[in-house]
Design a protein around this ligand. Structure first.
Ligand SMILES: [Ca+2]
Ligand SMILES: [Ca+2]
Ligand SMILES: [Ca+2]
Ligand SMILES: [Ca+2]
Length: 304
């Protein structure tokens, strides 16, 4: 038997081993992201990716982590240039997001119970990422250039509020966030941290500002609203995210639930919501270092 101190030391060892092992381990941890499409009803009014011509009707795009880098728009930005998602330039490709058309719905499942963990930041337990955005200042455009040169023009969020429900078994009983929060709403996604000291060189020589990917398991501070962004530069707003990837976060505790495993988004007629990802909030930051829980971690077995 291990005493408490030994157990704590062992936990640290497991975390370290998980970081070191990469994909070499054998025990696959739960995915923080939704892993299964239970149902997708496309609905009407689903549009097309204006670059590829593909419809936004692939529900598998809502699985896995939210978009980090999207593509150029072939207008202001070359198509083949990776473009970190920022609040004025959201994911917009058919291989990144799925649209829930009018009268449509999308039901996703996690591979584990998403808990009402009291350690979760701000009491928020899961996060839905869409393609909400805020507009750049008048006469400004996003060109994937210096984020200190573009400001947020207004608090007018491009939102298409989808009605969110949760369930433990995916059966008859659903708990509805009838008064919000809503999917495809504030906060816009931020793909990478603003880190001009350590720009990710793999993006290309143009990148002088964007570092490692943000943490999609960390909710944005709920004290921040769209008004908090107005007049600030994209770089300043990115700093406000403090490592979070944004999205709309939900507390399952308001229903008295200890856990859920299914999330459903319904179109109730107010626009056609897009979904990029649905994510289980992590109760703890692994460290103040760059987040390491970006993909499911393979844990190496520890031989006693
Ligand atoms: Ca909670
Ligand atoms: Ca839409
Ligand atoms: Ca949208
Ligand atoms: Ca996606």
């Amino acid at each position: 038997m291990l005493g408490p101190k030994e157990a704590a030391a062992r936990t640290v060892l497991i975390v370290l081993a998980a970081v070191a092992a990469g994909s070499a381990g054998t025990l696959l941890a739960d995915s923080p992201f939704a892993t299964e499409v239970v149902e997708y009803v496309e609905g009407t009014g689903v549009g097309f990716d204006w670059i590829s011509g593909d419809p936004f009707n692939d529900p598998n795009t809502a699985l896995g982590r939210p978009t980090v880098d999207t593509t150029g728009d072939d207008w202001f930005i070359p198509l083949d240039e990776p473009v970190p998602v920022v609040p004025v330039y959201p994911a917009f490709r058919a291989f990144e997001i799925v649209t829930i058309g009018y009268d449509g719905r999308l039901t996703l499942k996690f591979d584990h119970r998403v808990e009402n963990d009291p350690r979760n930041p701000y009491g928020l337990d899961f996060i839905i990422f869409g393609n909400a955005s805020v507009p750049p200042g008048e006469g400004q455009s996003w060109t994937n250039d210096n984020p200190n040169d573009v400001t947020i023009g207004s608090a007018d969020v491009a939102r298409e509020p989808g009605l969110v429900s949760v369930s433990q078994d995916g059966g008859e009983t659903w708990y509805i966030y009838g008064e919000g929060p809503y999917a495809d709403d504030f906060a816009p996604t931020l793909g990478r941290v603003y880190d001009p000291e350590n720009p990710d060189e793999s993006l290309g020589e143009w990148n002088e500002w964007w570092g490692h990917p943000t943490d999609p398991t960390l909710p944005l501070d709920p004290a921040l609203t769209a008004d908090s962004f107005v007049g600030k530069t994209v770089a300043e707003v990115a700093v406000l995210y403090d490592g979070s990837a944004g999205g709309t976060a939900f507390d399952i505790g308001i229903f008295g639930l200890d856990w859920i495993q299914y999330v459903r988004i319904d179109n109730t007629g107010d626009g056609t919501p897009e979904i990029d990802a649905v994510v289980d909030v992590s109760p703890v930051r692994v460290s103040s270092a760059p987040p390491v829980r970006l993909e499911p971690i393979d844990v190496a077995p520890i031989v006693p």
